[in-house]
Design a protein. Structure first.
Length: 423
């Protein structure tokens, strides 16, 4: 889409973006229904193993999110002909093969009963990565209605998969099999919407492909560290705690990460604004909104933690109610880190992403070496690591504002580092 088109139709752009935001919100709500059904069906012990392996799967699926960003930018700049699926398919197959090879180690770390569970997760990486590229194509073509439908179908099919698990009394492996089927159906729907443009012939010039690979690498690094910060504590809890404790921790994590998912659309909305102007004020406003939304959530949860734990997981998880408010504080820090990392990425800088990777390593060492006696120590290590990222990111933001005060008043047509990286 040309710049003229994007500037002459602001009302339409805002309405379609709002519609997409509503669809993503509905998909997130369906995600909580999925947890509600599956946590009761599996019970704390198996649900802890499922959540731990699922968290690893989320990290392994980072390229899918990166392809959505990269392909969306390519299609927006070069048209639907840029929707080439060869690279996403190759990355998905490579990730699948590596994960299958690591299945015994992953089964040991997550303490699931069979190596089949991580192997099934591996098979799901192929449709997941291809679907990321297809969704990027829909976003680049501004087919917001179709993209919103894909988000809703993805959430709905996962809930149906959980319902089948509950109805038939299935276990962890069968749960992942049904989730992979749901993912494949979602990818098929995305392909149907893009069938006239999606191709496997790598027709773009070699230089354009190389730029796409570089942009994919940078996007993977920034998005990857966000996923690692958000999920590594669940994996560590499964490894160092008992089965019941890790299951309770996983359920609280599903609720406590609400600030991240609730404000994710806000963080992504920063990208075009910061790419155009680099305004620090936009980041500060977003951070303030994150804190405000999170404080409301903490107040609601703190008033009746037993109620929320009971609604989501049932009486089997009642022992975890005291962890909910502390985890929501951690979730607020995660949401702030998300805003800061995405803001830095939008301005073509990656220092905070490197700091965040160091924080993840620090968290792992802290839990494995010292803080592994109970759920609060694991959460404490995750909170300390994420707080370091927020402090460094906030300090970097203040320093950048002092050294580049003119950036806050920059015109809308100034340099666009992220768009340049993705072109």
């Amino acid at each position: 889409m040309s710049r003229q088109a994007t500037t002459t139709l602001p009302g339409r752009a805002m309405s379609t973006d709002a519609f997409l935001g509503l669809a993503m919100g509905a998909a997130s709500a369906l995600g909580y229904v999925f947890v509600l059904v599956l946590s009761r069906a599996l019970g704390p012990g198996d649900f802890g193993g499922f959540s731990s392996l699922n968290s690893i799967g989320i990290v392994l699926a980072i390229p899918a999110g990166a392809f959505q960003v990269v392909v969306a930018a390519q299609v927006a700049r070069r048209g639907p002909a840029a929707l080439d699926l060869r690279l996403p398919l190759a990355v998905g197959v490579f990730g699948c093969v590596i994960t299958i090879a690591l299945s015994p180690a992953l089964a040991h770390v997550t303490r699931v009963d069979s190596v089949l569970a991580p192997a099934v997760v591996a098979l799901g990486l192929i449709p997941l990565t291809v679907n990321g590229a297809l969704m990027g194509g829909l976003l680049g073509m501004r087919r917001i209605g179709a993209l919103s439908c894909v988000y809703l179908v993805a959430g709905t099919t996962r809930v149906l998969a959980a319902a089948v698990v509950a109805a038939l009394g299935l276990g962890v492996v069968a749960s992942f099999v049904l989730i992979v089927i749901a993912t494949t159906l979602t990818a098929a729907l995305s392909w149907w919407f893009c069938r006239e443009h999606a191709q496997l012939s790598w027709s773009s010039p070699a230089g354009s492909r190389l730029r796409a690979v570089r942009a994919l690498y940078r996007s993977n690094s920034s998005m990857g560290v966000l996923m690692a910060l958000t999920t590594v504590d669940v994996v560590l809890a499964r490894y160092v705690l008992s089965g019941i404790e890790s299951g309770e921790y996983a359920l609280v994590a599903s609720l406590g990460r609400a600030p991240v998912w609730a404000t994710q659309f806000l963080a992504l909305a920063l990208v075009p604004a910061l790419a155009r102007s680099g305004s620090v004020r936009s980041v500060l406003r977003a951070a303030a909104l994150v804190v405000g939304v999170s404080l409301i959530g903490i107040g609601v949860a703190g008033a009746a933690p037993d109620l929320w734990i009971g609604v989501l997981g049932g009486s089997a998880y009642n022992g975890a109610s005291g962890l909910l408010v502390p985890y929501l504080v951690f979730g607020t820090l995660l949401a702030l880190a998300q805003v800061l990392v995405v803001a830095e990425m939008a301005q073509g800088r990656h220092l905070l992403a490197k700091v965040a990777w160091a924080a993840v390593v620090f968290e792992v060492i802290l839990v494995l070496g010292v803080w592994h006696e109970n759920v609060f120590q694991v959460l404490g290590a995750a909170t300390v690591a994420t707080a370091l990222v927020v402090v460094v990111g906030g300090s970097e933001l203040v320093l950048h504002r002092r050294t580049h005060p003119a950036r806050d008043e920059a015109p809308a047509d100034c340099a666009e580092p992220l768009a340049r990286d993705l072109s």
